[in-house]
Design a protein around this ligand. Sequence first.
Ligand code: NAD
Length: 465
Amino acid sequence: MQVRNPRTGQIDYEFTPPAASELDARCRELRLAQPAWRDAGVDSRCATLRRFADVLEARRDDIVAALAVDTGRTKIAMGELLSVVRNLRRWCERAPAIISTAEFQSQAMPTLQIGHQLVPYPLVGVISPWNFPLALSLIDTVPALLAGCAVIVKPSEVTPRFVPPLRAAIGAVPELARVFDVVAGDRATGARLVAAVDAICFTGSVATGRKVAVAAAEHFIPAFLELGGKDPAIVLASADIDRATDAILRVSAVASGQVCLALERVYVDAAIHDRFVDLLVRKAERTRFNYPDIDDGEIGPIIFDRQADIIDEHLDDAVARGAVIRCGGKSRVLGGGRYVPATVVTHVDHRMKLMTEETFGPIMPVMPFATTEEAVALANDTVYGLSGAVFAATLAEARAVAERIDAGGMSLNDAGLTRETYEAEKNSFGLSGCGGSRHGEAGLLRFFRRKALLAQTGVPAAISG
Ligand code: NAD
């Protein structure tokens, strides 16, 4: 596979996906090692993963350097690594209390004592996308390992450079290396992986998620799918416009909008619409590309060339249907990389792809509404349901609207908060995914099958009794 550098547009990296037999052999080895990992107990697994966190920290420069080439950005690459380390430690603190099973007496049959055994899936597969290559490769991996599963990860073929330094870090913790592997591969590797594991965690597009779900169904394994979004923001007339524009710009344009939970539609009360747009435009115009200096500016290149085409296509479609670009605009080529500025678009409606399909760029289409009813109807007029945000003078006012939005995670008077903490359980609505919460206690418990152990403390009934 040849890999394009997002900053230069040049092919400067190559890798060979594993042959099917090689992938199968790796899966076999992981399966063989898993029972010892499971039987070692959660405290021992926590100790191992804490050492892994230390190793990641010690080797962070190597990993971040590779990740920065993969993604064309350094600050976010460092942020990814630090958030992974933080989450590893947090999961290690919480896992022992989550993995506990209390026995209880049956109410239906008083002589019966009911116990449960939590049995981890032997081998979990993780397939990740290119937008946050490291964080999304490890987000499901860590709780699965803590549950006692072995894990094999297949990152995106668009961003494979971080794999060798990550594998080196795993190799520095030998007990972990026996049950955790990361394989650079392509789509065929991903498809093969689904057939080789006992549960699959997939983060990526709806189109691929559907294929993974069908394959998982054929193999009777659970599929945990975290897919795309078209997250709405609703700004009520009472909202603090300064705060709302800060939060909306941040969550629409951070990582150049290449975030599943980026705000991609903004509905603003008509009474404050013009003032809101003026301020959003002023703030958006102050953002800068991280070009030529990668350490400068807020907006990096679009990582995947084809995504820049989609962003341009959505803007063209919107303008052809009457939209007005107030600042920013289509992608431009700088030094071979493709960059899209923070862009505010008005005069938009739901005939436009920009308002209905995932754009995955730093684009903020703003549409006025007359009543809260209308705002809720517009926000819910989507096939997605990942997350969203509501801004109002009081949290009570914001919450009343947020409760009516069909999405798994709503931020009140801020945006993108589901990314800041993994404590709150949430499900994806609509095409944004399915298969249980990745966050909160459920994010760990979903890697177990529950086995009921029913003990008779009385006398077993005879056939006649
Ligand atoms: P993608 O679906 O193209 O690819 C994702 C992964 O699937 C890659 O590793 C790819 O190699 C693999 N793959 C491709 N075909 C496969 C198949 N037939 N079987 C198994 N695996 C296969 O997605 P992408 O373009 O890399 O990522 C962008 C998408 O990810 C966006 O839609 C974004 O919203 C979504 N995303 C969702 C979340 C979330 O938490 N909900 C987070 C980040 C990104």
